[in-house]
Design a protein around this ligand. Structure first.
Ligand code: ATP
Length: 507
């Protein structure tokens, strides 16, 4: 979704309803600390280039993280393509013709208004500074003043320019920098969020290309290719997962807001007039998917974008929000993009991008319903929703109660002690299960310690092989969520796990 500053004096995107919580989020970063520590300690997520001090808002996925992320991506892909016979996939390149970003509006309008504190040299989103100040006024009971400023913020861009109006509000109200407390601001400037790079060995400024800020455009420019080759008919969808890059001004929220991230997007092409129904249908389908990957219902909600604050291309927009430890935040956006994108690309490329409906002998440019979710943000949601601390025998057990289908390791296999006969049976069970499940063999440390390690990895089933089992060909299987243990025959293990995965419900 474009941040829309093309005509932001009409509809500044930063005024959208999630802003308030965004600020609360920023000021309570500590509450993500436990997730950040666990993610690092267990090998889910590391800071990029950590040995060099890290690179801001860029993250790497470790051995557990890469599996979790892949499982989420696979769950999304299966839902969007395998379960729909009219949705196909593409994998477009990150580099695209520069004109794409002119047509989409990103060159002119993918901006955030930023302001620098000259003393601390920290950079802020100017609109967020004002919104934070309004929140403080409200908290202090100065509701009239807060409403007056909110009105000024809402109408920014109508007095002078957007940047000047924001600057005036900050200066006239003597709003201080949140970190240093200084009142020593630079001007407000528009900051384009696209990363620019040079293309080719003898590149000049004219050869500049961008790292794509969203995957959607790769779908639009392939609309005709897919139409011509995939034997699809409107309504049909094109799905894609892949990296996107945004030079975010404020990016201090772990993988919630990154400068390099992954998106999973699906554009659904429909006949104009049927778009409102399709939009409704995709809203329901998408929230159902979030529940199907085990996210607790009470932590999910829709947040509609008010009509007067929609992006320039959108007829309707809604966020799927998740209640992170730090407030309700967008995880996914569902938008009715009208025929904006195809019309723009038609105009800029000079190629016809309409659709001929043979059955009804009519021609039209399809409308697009978009579902757009961040894979990293979704991974963070899964980690947050799964995270539990429980008191067990006077100790604290940290456990990730995530959907067994998402768990990076589904089955732990532990010989009770390092004895060849136990190891032999353990290796045999390991080899049998490995074809169908992700398995980890672990023989070091006490059984209790091994359980705890895999609790923190979100492993739902742990199998212990002991001497009794050598006699009667049985094992103990321990279930992550309630730590219950059961004795079962070796040849029933796979069925037991399969049933456990199928019947799993979030607590
Ligand atoms: P936000 O308001 O949080 O900046 P957005 O409205 O700009 O998000 P979209 O352009 O609609 O987001 O992108 C779709 C999805 O991509 C978002 O719902 C989010 O999950 C993800 N996303 C967007 N920007 C980032 C980012 N900087 N880091 C991680 N994920 C992101």
């Amino acid at each position: 979704m474009i941040k829309v500053k093309v005509n932001c004096y009409l509809q500044p995107s930063f005024l959208k309803n999630s802003l308030t919580e965004d600020l609360i989020f920023m000021s309570n970063l500590d509450s993500l600390d436990k997730i950040v520590s666990l993610a690092k300690a267990r090998g889910f997520i590391f800071q990029s280039s950590e040995i060099y001090g890290g690179l801001s808002a860029v993250y790497d996925y470790g051995p557990l993280g890469v599996e979790l992320k892949r499982n989420i991506r696979n769950a999304w892909w299966k839902e969007m393509t395998q379960r729909h016979d009219n949705i196909v996939g593409v994998d477009a390149a990150i580099f695209m013709h520069p004109k794409v970003w002119e047509a989409s509006g990103h060159v002119a309008g993918f901006n955030d208004p930023m302001i620098d504190d000259k003393q601390s040299k920290k950079r802020y989103r100017a609109d967020m500074i004002i919104e934070q100040y309004i929140l403080k006024l409200e908290k202090d009971g100065k509701t009239e003043k807060a409403a007056e400023l909110q009105e000024l913020l809402d109408t920014s861009g109508t007095r002078k320019s957007l940047t000047e109006d924001l600057y005036d509000i900050i200066i006239e109200n003597e709003i201080k920098a949140p970190d240093s407390g200084a009142f020593d601001w630079t001007e407000v400037r528009q900051f384009n969020l696209m990363f620019k790079t040079a293309f080719g060995a003898t590149a000049s400024e004219d050869d500049a290309v961008y790292l794509r800020p969203e995957t959607a455009q790769g779908i639009f420019v392939n609309y005709k290719n897919v139409l011509d080759t995939a034997r699809v008919q409107v309504p049909f969808g094109i799905a894609q997962t892949g990296k996107a890059f945004r030079n975010e001004v404020v990016a201090r929220q772990f993988v919630f807001r990154m400068r390099e991230f992954e998106q999973m997007e699906m554009q659904y092409f429909v006949e104009p007039g049927t778009d409102a129904d399709a939009y409704k249908e995709w809203k329901e389908k998408r929230i159902a998917w979030h529940k199907s990957i085990g996210i607790r219902e009470e932590n999910l909600r829709f947040a509609d974008h008010p009509q007067d604050k929609l992006a320039h291309y959108a007829l309707a927009a809604v966020d799927v929000q998740y209640q992170f430890p730090i407030g309700w935040q967008e995880v996914e956006g569902i938008h009715n993009r009208s025929d904006f994108d195809l019309t723009q690309h038609q105009e800029f490329s000079g190629k016809k991008l309409d659709y001929y409906d043979q059955k009804n002998n009519k021609r039209y440019t399809p409308y697009v319903i978009e579902t757009s979710i961040g894979l990293d943000r979704c991974t963070l949601m899964v980690l947050c929703d799964a995270y539990r601390e429980e008191e067990v025998d006077g100790d604290t057990r940290t456990v990730l109660k995530m959907h067994p289908n998402l768990a990076p390791v589904q089955v732990g296999i532990f010989p009770l002690i390092k004895k060849p006969e136990l190891q032999e049976l353990a290796h045999k069970i390991d080899a049998d299960l490995r074809e169908d499940f992700s398995v980890l063999y672990d023989e070091s440390g006490s059984i209790g310690k091994r359980y705890r390690r895999l609790d923190e990895a979100g492993t739902p089933f742990c199998i212990t092989i002991d001497f009794d089992g050598l006699e009667d060909n049985s094992v103990t299987i321990r279930y992550r969520d309630d730590m219950s243990q059961q004795r079962i025959p070796v040849d029933k293990i796979a069925d037991y796990i399969r049933a456990g995965i199928k019947d799993w419900k979030p607590e």
